[in-house]
Design a protein around this ligand. Structure first.
Ligand code: PLP
Length: 347
């Protein structure tokens, strides 16, 4: 079933065979990959493990997944790009997204000459499931991207709606769960992959795990999709330094969990603070590590923050997001400083 969805040239692809993948068993002396015999620290003179198997095992253990359902990308961005190149034919196929959402889905699609069908969210920024089902029937996209919790709205969509879309979509449905950890009662789409192998879930080490600079994105997929991803990805896309950082983050889950809890409580406190400011019209309920708020004059406030050395994201040119600013939850000191600058603003 997945076979038929793949681009034919991907189906027939013979993957690059790296030096390390051509033998199995014990090796005492490695003279196979033209590496330097000396240099760097921590073994970085060697190429990394092409399968990142230690990190994948640790992720599968943490997420309670069977072996063979995960793969690692150089950030979720690389995973998104490769999924598009696996399933969509340039100049012919399309992807579908909700709008507004994370920008890279459409940028990567357009880079490969794949058209983008966007379905606006409802005025209350919910997923317009009916409109998406209609658009799927008309356009038959090869991939539908759903981001939940959505960036930049912070909204979690009902699992039932996501599953209805994934069921009626004959192509791949990618659910981007980058912010899942910040949603206390989150219901992941991961367990549904067993029933519907066309579902793919994305996770990342960039947000809750705190290592955006390491560039580690996680693909969770049925074994067919996972195997093809492993074939298509660049052989050494995960550096040994990144893999080590990922293993370190996973080895201290208590620290990750306490940072998540602190971020959530600061988000709630900051949201209620924002709601009391005279120039704030609406604070959108968020289940991510950011808050979206509508203000009287978004550009003026944005510039005022910049002139005080504080950078936030002005999202007010996006459809449905008139006058909206997106603010990431930072450290306690950073949020205190931000509040001082807000308090000094007269609009
Ligand atoms: C931040 C973010 C990611 C993470 O991307 P990485 O490439 O893994 O850093 C993925 N999806 C969404 C919606 C995001 O906002």
């Amino acid at each position: 079933m997945i076979e038929e969805l793949l681009n034919p040239w991907i189906r027939d692809l013979v993957p690059y065979s790296s030096a390390r993948s051509e033998f199995s068993g014990r090796a005492d002396i490695l003279l196979d990959a033209n590496e330097s015999w000396e240099g760097g620290n921590d073994g970085v003179n060697r190429y990394p493990d092409p399968t990142a198997s230690a990190l994948r095992l640790a992720i599968e253990r943490e997420m309670g997944l069977p072996y063979g359902m995960t793969a690692i990308g150089n950030g979720s961005d690389e995973v998104i790009d490769l999924l598009i190149r696996m399933f969509c034919a340039p100049g012919r196929d399309s992807i579908m997204i909700e709008r507004p959402t994370y920008g890279t889905y459409s940028v990567f699609a357009r880079t490969s000459d794949i058209s983008v069908i966007d379905v606006p969210l409802t005025p209350s920024l919910e997923l317009d499931t009916g409109a998406m089902l209609d658009a799927i029937a008309v356009h038959r996209p090869k991939i539908v991207f759903i981001c939940s919790p959505n960036n930049p709205t912070g909204r979690v969509y009902p699992l039932e709606d996501i599953l209805r879309i994934a069921k009626s979509n004959e192509g791949i449905t990618v659910v981007d769960e980058a912010y899942a950890d910040f949603s206390p009662d989150f219901r992941s789409t991961v367990p549904s992959i067993a029933d519907n192998p066309r579902i793919v879930v994305l996770r990342t080490f960039s947000k809750a795990y705190g290592i955006a600079g390491a560039r580690l994105g996680i693909l969770v997929a049925s074994p067919d999709v996972q195997r093809t991803f492993m074939k298509v990805k660049p052989p050494y896309n995960v550096s040994s330094l990144a893999e080590k950082a990922g293993l370190e983050a996973l080895s201290d889950m208590a620290r990750v969990r306490s940072r998540i809890a602190e971020t959530i409580s600061r988000r709630e406190e900051f949201s209620s603070y924002l709601g009391k400011l005279p120039f704030v019209r609406e604070v959108l309920p968020s289940e991510a590590n950011f808050v979206l708020a509508r203000v009287d004059d978004a550009s003026a406030l944005y510039d005022h923050l910049i002139s005080n050395g504080i950078v936030i994201r002005n999202r007010s040119s996006e459809p449905m997001l008139a006058k909206a600013l997106r603010i990431t939850i930072g450290s306690e000191e950073e949020m205190d400083r931000l509040k001082e600058v807000f308090d000094g603003w007269r609009g």
